[in-house]
Design a protein around this ligand. Structure first.
Ligand code: BTN
Length: 310
């Protein structure tokens, strides 16, 4: 109902009478008033006139009703420990493909390799529950599809040079803007669910504690509507999933990468490898050319670019 009220108020761009709203929505005027009251309580600026209501401003909060067609599959929270935990519970309880858990802040945001993910207000933190019908061996391609889609949407929406760093960081001017974390549960050799957690530095500024990171607001010099970005990303990601051409994901991803043809250092637990990144194989492993001419396949780790692009 809130989605419909907002749609009518936005369409008019002026005052809409309570009578028109109640007739259009098939509810009483008291009911309309109650929804308007609720919308005001969560931050919408709605002015009352003797003859109706006018929407003056909307908060940049990813309430489910701001995503027409996806209302039932978006779970919004102001604050959580981690959207990964909630998504895992939902997934184990059978929630459908493309369920989204999104939060304004996380107290225990998680990054890859057991790191913390700073989750201050202003950023966009969400986890997608995916149920692809694929064998486990192909599951890593979903993370590559995610990072590639993030880079693509950022480029299209903001005209910025968004790139991917192996495996799935999104950088602009060598600064990290987004991170991707995946968690999977499987039975036998089939995927039960893959949860993809995405943290986007939008209107926050992580650079004080993470000098290598930046945000869209810092880059563009203006505030960005998180809900517009989330909407565009979900639409594009869903379209990409339907194309389901997982054979082409890595070659597409390579078009956006800044890792290949560079000297890199990969740190995985206590193992450090240095070499030139020469390729990424079909399942996302990084191929390093070592100083002695041999090749090494790297399955996971932290990647540090050692030089400027060759
Ligand atoms: C990384 O680059 O290390 C991955 C960061 C992933 C962060 C996101 S924010 C939403 C989701 N919830 C979490 O706790 N982590 C992921």
């Amino acid at each position: 109902m809130k989605a419909q009220i907002l749609k009518l108020l936005r369409a008019e761009n002026g005052v809409v009478s309570g009578q028109a709203l109640s007739a259009e929505l098939g509810i009483s005027r008291v009911s309309v008033w109650k929804h308007i009251k609720k919308l005001r309580e969560v931050g919408y600026g709605i002015r009352s006139f003797p003859n109706g209501y006018q929407l003056l401003r909307s908060p940049d909060t990813p309430f489910a009703w701001e995503f027409p067609g996806r209302e039932a599959s978006i779970f919004y929270f102001a604050e959580v420990d981690s959207t990964m935990d909630i998504a895992k519970e939902l997934a184990r309880n059978g929630c459908p493909n493309l369920t989204v858990v999104v939060a304004d802040r996380q107290n225990k945001g998680r990054g890859r390799l057991n790191r913390k993910w700073l989750s201050d207000a202003g950023g966009l933190y969400f986890t997608l529950v995916l149920r692809p019908e694929i064998p486990i061996i192909l599951s890593s391609r979903i993370s590559f599809l995610t990072s590639m889609t993030l880079a693509r949407v950022l480029r299209e929406m903001f005209d910025i040079d968004a790139r991917v760093k192996w495996p799935n960081d999104i950088l602009v001017n060598e600064r990290k803007i987004c991170g991707v974390l995946s968690e999977m549960e499987a039975e036998a050799d089939r995927v039960n669910f893959i949860n993809i957690g995405i943290g986007v530095n939008v209107n926050n500024d992580p650079s004080r504690s993470e000098p290598q990171a930046s945000s869209l607001k810092v880059l563009l010099g203006r505030k960005i509507a998180r809900k517009d970005f989330l909407r565009s990303f979900l639409d594009e990601f869903e379209a990409q999933l339907h194309k389901a051409d997982l054979d082409r994901v890595i070659s597409e991803w390579k078009r956006y990468t800044v890792t290949l043809h560079r000297r890199v250092r990969i740190v995985a637990n206590h193992d450090v490898s240095e070499g030139t990144a020469v390729d990424v194989d079909a399942n996302g492993a990084l191929i390093l050319q070592m100083a002695d001419g041999s090749r090494k396949k790297i399955l996971y780790g932290d990647c540090f670019h050692r030089d400027r692009k060759l």
